[in-house]
Ligand binder design. Sequence first.
Ligand code: PBG
Length: 333
Amino acid sequence: MELTYRPRRLRRTASLRSIVRENILTPSDFIYPLFIHEGNDIQPIGAMPGINRWDLESLITEVQRAWELGIRCVVLFPKISESLKTEDGVECFNEKGLIPTAIRCLKQEIPEMTIMTDVALDPYSSDGHDGIVSPEGVVLNDETIVNLCKQSLVQAQAGADLIGPSDMMDGRVGAIREVLDDEGFEHVGIISYTAKYSSAYYGPFREALDSAPRALSAKPIPKNKNTYQMDPANSREALIEAQLDEQEGADILMVKPGLAYMDIIHRLRQESDLPIAAYNVSGEYSMVKAAAERAWIDEKSVVLETLLSFKRAGADLILTYHACDAAQWLIDM
Ligand code: PBG
């Protein structure tokens, strides 16, 4: 055949392929999520093989390991004991609580590691919601933000580098920015969960933290988070959230979950010049693990392909439970 264009020319050898490669994955693209608890042991999470709840001592070892693999940011999630959970989640701004304590430990032991936090009430809420639930069963916006601001400040005071509001209350980024600035933490950044969808992919995470919505009293507790997390049917709405977060002072925008929302990552990349993060969430991790355990897929290839596809879609950063495995595979390549 007389073909002018033969795209296969550039695929012929490994070195040709490498010189025209458009995207690469490196360990510093990853943000490694870690679950911590108050005990003195390492607790495996049933629905997330390979992922544990760490106590403070083992947390330090694990973060050190991540650092040596080239990972430069971790995000901490707390499993709070039942006795500390309340309707208003005030434990979230206890300066001697689990998260501030862990941040201080890590900053002392591995000072260069970037520490990102999660800001929301759900781990601390006896109702299992990201905000305060009124007696009528409404998740209250402005009242919740008062506590989220206190939570953010306590985290910044402990040494957090990036504050990550995951609660989806309206106006929280601006309110947190103002409090941080007023208190002398203008250098602390905000990585906003900008487009966070009301997703079934968070199931294993809620097991890890025991944080699912639940009704313990007669109060009518919403069974899902549909009144604050976004409707999976919507994409234009993500642009509105992104504009608001930019105006309110977010430093990084996040899309969550990742895989089923690649179009949203791509759209935000086109609409914004801020760094974009994608959250490869717990359910996405567990599905890969389950199939790999049965030898139905090759775990390493599937994970690296998936993580690379987030970069291709436009993400600069990827929150992923595969972070350490993937970093090791990249080193070995
Ligand atoms: C809660 C929060 C959730 C996740 C991160 N922060 C769950 C939820 O909104 O119910 C999910 C992360 C994952 O599934 O890996 N504020």
